[in-house]
Structures are given as structure tokens and as C-alpha cells.
Design a protein around this ligand. Sequence first.
Ligand code: HEC
Length: 176
Amino acid sequence: MKRFIKVSAFVIAVFSACIGILVYSGAYNVGADDHHTKPVFKILETLRDRSVKAYARNIVAPRLDDEKLILKGAGQYAAMCTGCHLTPGKKDSEIRHGLYPLPPNLTQVRINPKEAFWIIKHGIKMSAMPAWGGSHDDDTIWSMVAFLQMLPKLSADQYRDLVKRAPPDEDMKMGS
Ligand code: HEC
């Protein structure tokens, strides 16, 4: 038993030293054009998914099928999100190529409303996804969530029509 504890302590010490050397040496490339190794990617992906699920669990979503709310969200989306997350008919953008992880194409995936709300409000660390909660109130963030529920079903014409009818973007929390 004593021997087992000694060996375990030695293995843990060597492992910690290796991690310390890797971190301190500067050998790990943090450039966005160099991708994570598969194990690091898997760990970060699991960390993000588990974290978002845990933090979003107790959020209570309002009704999201209200037309006014969806129209407001359309205007917000068109003003702030399309460069990274695209629009119906737009296959690519200049900024997307430089981002890692690549932002999901939100015209193709329909994300769980509570998780979408949490991600839009708080952003995601070590990715390009900003936290919009500093400049937008919860109602405005819910309008974006409501719009995102519709987005994968919209044609390019329907998208343009909704954005044209959207109210002006006048609800910055910071007041200017
Ligand atoms: C500068 C680029 C950028 C902008 C601008 C941006 N996002 Fe993102 N967004 C990302 C990236 C990158 C991710 C993926 C992060 C990750 O997986 O770690 C993401 C993830 C998301 C997700 C989660 C999607 C999923 O399937 O998990 C939602 C929802 C989202 N963004 C909504 C928005 C909304 C709404 C806006 C505009 C208010 C916006 N984003 C603006 C880069 C951006």
C-alpha cells in the first residue's frame, strides 16, 4: 500500500511537471490559424457543452412565437451577427475564415432557446463569440433567440423582408 502511494505520488508529480513545462515553455501555439490537437479540442468542447447546459438549466424562456419579438430579433441579427453566422443564401464571409472555432452557420442549425439565450448574453471564452449582455437587456436578447428559432426555415427573400420590416436598433443599454 505504501509503495502504491509512493508510485502514484511520483506519477502525479511527473505529470504535473510535464504540464508545467508545456505551459511555461511557450511551445503550445495559441494562434487561431493553428488548430488544437484532438484531445485538447475534445476537452474544450466537452467543457463548453457541459458548462452551457449547467448554466442554462434554470433559465425560463418567455413565449417566442410573438411576431413583434421575432421582427425585433431580425433587425438585431442583421445588425450584429451576420458576418460570423451568415444569412440565408450567403455561404461565406471574410471574417469566418480567420476564426477558430468556426462560428456555426445559424441558418442551418436550430439551437435550444435557453442555451442560445445564455450564450448570446454571456459569450464564450477563448472563442470569437462576444457577450452581448453588457450592451443589451434580456428582452432584446430573447428577441434574437426568437428570431433564431425561425432562421433555418427562411428563404433569402423571406429573410430580407423580415429585416426590412424590423424596428430600428435603438435599445443599446449604454444609451448612445
Ligand atoms: C466575431 C464573430 C461572432 C459574432 C459577431 C457573433 N458570434 Fe455567435 N458565435 C461565434 C463563435 C465563434 C461561436 C462558437 C463558439 C464555440 O463553439 O466555442 C458562436 C456561437 C454562437 C451560438 C451558439 C451556437 C451553437 O450551435 O452552439 C449562438 C446562439 C450565437 N453564437 C449567437 C450569436 C448572435 C445572436 C450574435 C449577434 C448578436 C452573434 N452570435 C455574434 C462568433 C460570433
